[in-house]
Ligand binder design. Structure first.
Ligand code: COA
Length: 259
């Protein structure tokens, strides 16, 4: 398989499995990622998704340059559209998706991480949008998501130069949430996933959609929607349970969502 999917309780892990090519992504990887995110989206028992790369060297070293080197315009359009579909599928997945970045996150690999909700990186992580050195601009959302995350000035510099960003700089510019030693990466990402999975799944899912509105919706419309989604929660089990548990000084027992 071009990717592996495993589950451990409420946490699903998707591992891109092409370590001999530093997990560079071809059409098959993208199709398999789409299927995996569609499957996970339909699962009420999964509360958080981890996305990582196989091996010790790379999260994803980019779109597969060997495949791209022989593409014509129509094939490149299809490849770009497919990369966008994966980014949108990650954003449309109702559960939070955490990128667990265990090495190179270059080009399409950086872009894949940008579509995730949270990025946890190892001290060995290296980011870049080096497309211009290959004679192309970013094609899987980097020109849009990187400025939204780190600001236009820094994104422009990184995209125009293609220079590499190590983990210490990545945390400073807000490209990642946390940097940890390589040996602790999985355990730190798993505990973050566990802490999310202890919260109300329906409230976490609603929150993911509301945060997306910060970029994709008109401000007033987004606030109106937030108020409505907030009120809707008061007809749900988890609101009663969460608040009653607080009053009774006990842990809340939340329900899986109805899918
Ligand atoms: N596409 C296809 N194959 C890739 C790849 C990519 N994006 N990135 C790495 N690989 C392959 C290499 O071709 C090599 O395969 P080979 O053994 O068949 O030659 C293998 O992965 C190992 O990479 P290698 O370059 O030998 O390792 P390195 O430690 O010397 O360098 C990198 C690592 C990541 C710096 C280097 O591979 C690189 O620059 N990759 C391309 C990064 C890039 O521009 N990505 C953006 C694409 S849009």
């Amino acid at each position: 398989m071009s990717i592996d999917v495993s589950t451990n309780g409420p946490i699903a892990t998707i591992t891109i499995n092409n370590p001999d090519e530093l997990n560079a992504l071809d059409v098959q990887h993208l199709r398999d990622l789409l299927t995996a995110f569609e499957d996970i989206s339909a699962r009420a028992d999964i509360r958080v998704v981890l996305l990582t790369g196989a091996g010790e060297r790379a999260f994803v070293a980019g779109a597969n340059i060997k495949r791209m080197s022989v593409m014509n315009k129509a094939e490149a359009q299809e490849f770009g559209d497919l990369g966008h579909a994966v980014g949108r599928a990650i954003e449309a997945t109702p559960q939070p998706v955490i990128a667990v970045i265990n090495g190179f996150a270059l080009g399409g690999g950086c872009e894949l991480s940008l579509a995730c909700d949270i990025r946890i990186a190892s001290t060995t992580a290296v980011f870049a949008q080096p497309e211009v050195s290959l004679g192309i601009p970013p094609g899987w959302g980097g020109s849009q998501r990187l400025p939204r995350l780190v600001g236009k000035g820094i994104a422009s510099e990184l995209i125009f130069t293609g220079r590499r960003v190590k983990a210490d700089e990545a945390i400073r510019i807000g490209l990642v949430n946390q940097v940890v030693a390589p040996g602790e990466l999985i355990s730190v990402a798993t505990s973050l996933a566990e802490s999310i999975s202890r919260n109300s799944p329906s409230a976490v899912r609603a929150s993911k959609q509301l945060v997306a509105d910060a970029f994709d919706a008109d401000f007033d419309a987004a606030l109106t929607n937030e108020a409505a989604v907030f009120a809707d929660a008061f007809e749900e089990h988890d609101q009663r349970e969460g608040m009653t548990a607080f009053v009774e000084k006990r842990s809340a027992v939340f329900e899986d969502v109805n899918t």
